[in-house]
Design a protein around this ligand. Sequence first.
Ligand SMILES: Cc1cc2nc3c(=O)[nH]c(=O)nc-3n(C[C@H](O)[C@H](O)[C@H](O)COP(=O)(O)OP(=O)(O)OC[C@H]3O[C@@H](n4cnc5c(N)ncnc54)[C@H](O)[C@@H]3O)c2cc1C
Length: 362
Amino acid sequence: MSSQNNELIQNIASFAQAKLRPLVEKIDREKFYPADFLKELGEVGGFASLGNPNGGLLSQILVIRQIGRICGSTAFMVWCQSAFAWYLRQSKNQALNDKYLPDVLSGKQLAGTGMSNTMKHLSGIEKNNLKAIRVAGGYIVNGGLPWVSNLDETHIFGATAQINDSYVMFVLRCNANGVSIRRCPEFCALEGTGTLTVTAKDVFIADEDVLAQPIEFADYIKRVRAGFLLLQIGIGAGIIDACLDVINESNKTRGEVNSYLEHSSGSLNIRLNKALDEVALLSNEVENNNHAILPVLKLREAAAVLCLDASQSAALHAGAKGYLMQNAAQRLNREALFVAIVTPAIKHLRKEIAQIEQKKAA
Ligand SMILES: Cc1cc2nc3c(=O)[nH]c(=O)nc-3n(C[C@H](O)[C@H](O)[C@H](O)COP(=O)(O)OP(=O)(O)OC[C@H]3O[C@@H](n4cnc5c(N)ncnc54)[C@H](O)[C@@H]3O)c2cc1C
């Protein structure tokens, strides 16, 4: 990474410490959606790395990591915004890029991604919820998505609708005609992430808002997927950093008895650094569109498992103190579980890894 990128990561770390740390309890416990923080993060370059045509994926992952060290929920929202920017970067629709990318990279326009359903559908786990038909100048889309985060009235998100034997991927505005949004049933965490249920009834999507036309979709989704997965590792890495902070703090006074626990700070650190080295390597390959998906899937799965190990270990190290509602250890457990269940969940990743390995062995 260049010294310019290192400086950005340091700035983001200080910015998050000053501006996000005071909001964490409100976000986690009072369903507070930190729109102003996300916009300010955009102003200090928190989404700008993906605007670099020669790279920036690794830098964006490390930005997400710095946010995740303070607040896993917010790291997930930064991932949503980053994933949306990544969709634009991979699209051949230049007019669409011109229309949205500058405002997404600067945080003026907040954005999400409603791709879990399609990712699961493409792995044979569930049916695709959104359906499209072709009309003059675009598509008519119908259907619903149960959970889409980082949304509000004026926000936008990327989604995919099935059309015949292919898919069209597009940008949807929450306030477009025919789109309705409503709150989901209460979650055990991530309640401050602006996660809403979206319904589309006869929504017109103009060709100018299409990320990938049906004929482009197969290639497009291949380019998108690996970046989508690697960016998610930033959330996990930040949560693991925060778990290590809890563990190291507890070791100051309880180091002797803590040494009987598995997943020590030393062993977790080794696993984290190994994963981050691989993230750097794979990010470079993905940027150059010269990657295989299997190592990315394996790394994303390993990161989710590491996140669970680290958060449980943080709670065991912190003991009863970590069981207090205001202690980070119990929040980190709920956030780490999200890394393991958000699409692709650990079970989904293992299914795909097994399928690829079976194919290779045959
Ligand atoms: C906090 C949060 C934020 C999320 N944000 C996004 C996002 O931004 N974009 C996105 O695309 N996805 C988002 N998701 C969805 C997520 O990525 C997973 O797809 C989802 O958790 C289901 O994956 P799974 O592997 O658990 O699926 P499965 O193992 O298939 O389990 C899903 C279960 O949920 C049930 N279910 C389906 N719909 C509902 C519903 N409306 N209410 C209750 N139960 C239901 C199903 O019947 C099934 O039992 C979010 C989920 C959560 C919990």
